[in-house]
Design a protein around this ligand. Structure first.
Ligand SMILES: NC(=O)c1ccc[n+]([C@@H]2O[C@H](COP(=O)([O-])OP(=O)(O)OC[C@H]3O[C@@H](n4cnc5c(N)ncnc54)[C@H](OP(=O)(O)O)[C@@H]3O)[C@@H](O)[C@H]2O)c1
Length: 221
């Protein structure tokens, strides 16, 4: 893949909390970002804000399909209810690419309770749907979006990265390091069930201890 310090990253759902946070951090790290949205006007507003924050034209607004066409790496940051339909919309454009899926299968209102879908993992289901020609990597499930959006502060947590292709995981670890976080190989895409479930555990901890963003750290390394 081309210059690893300057990737073209498409973020589908890039107007949302996680999507804007990742766009901001990667734009700040020197990458080129396409924000994909159902509304190009909405994407343009997000792009304008982020470009102002990083003082360069790093982000361009786009439709989902144009973003997925231009991106070397495609990132999915839409709600669980929209995950499959969004991937279906760009499926033919993902061949040979890495798809980073941040989805947590939260089903409101009981978001503090683990509710994994039949088959075990929302992200593993997408790898199953797409087949091996798209390398799906699961990441960022346990990073609170509001921390990604706050460029003034470092984020005190690890990012568990699951995927069947080790080289794809390695690429995602580089992108995580670029925004000052530590990514860790956390095994195959099936293990995404654990990281998706862990989010509800963290939401429970947030409520019990009255904190906005509990995270995880792996020790012993
Ligand atoms: N929030 C967190 O702290 C956090 C942390 C880790 C992982 N996650 C996961 O990351 C994903 C994104 O979370 P988020 O909090 O960033 O979500 P969000 O802000 O609610 O939405 C993200 C974007 O998804 C797009 N979208 C596409 N189809 C949609 C639909 N049917 N309904 C609503 N929005 C739709 C919207 O963009 P357009 O309107 O521009 O199309 C929206 O801006 C979720 O799967 C979540 O589980 C969240």
């Amino acid at each position: 893949m081309s210059d690893p310090s300057q990737r073209r990253i498409a973020i589908l759902g890039g107007t949302g909390n996680v999507g804007r946070g990742l766009a901001l951090r990667w734009a700040n790290a020197g990458h080129a970002i396409m924000i994909g949205s159902r509304s190009v006007d909405k994407a343009a507003q997000a792009a304008t804000q982020i470009n102002a924050a990083v003082s360069r034209k790093a982000v361009v607004p786009s439709t989902y399909r144009d973003a997925a066409t231009a991106g070397q790496i495609v990132v999915l940051t839409v709600p669980y209810a929209a995950q499959r339909a969004t991937v279906e919309e760009v499926r033919d454009l993902l061949e040979g690419k890495i798809l980073i899926d941040t989805t947590v299968p939260l089903i409101p209102p009981k978001v503090a309770r683990v509710q994994l879908p039949a088959g075990g993992s929302a992200v593993a289901a997408i790898q199953e749907m797409l087949g091996p020609s798209v390398r799906v990597v699961s990441a960022f499930q346990n990073v609170p979006a509001h921390l990604l959006l706050d460029l003034e502060h470092d984020i005190d947590c690890d990012v568990l990265v699951c995927g069947d292709d080790v080289a794809a995981r390695e690429t995602v670890l580089e992108l995580i390091a670029a925004i000052g976080l530590r990514g860790l190989h956390a095994g195959s895409i099936a293990n995404s069930a654990a990281t998706e479930a862990l989010t509800s555990v963290l939401i429970s901890i947030n409520a019990r201890y009255k904190v906005p963003g509990a995270g995880i750290r792996i020790t012993g390394l």
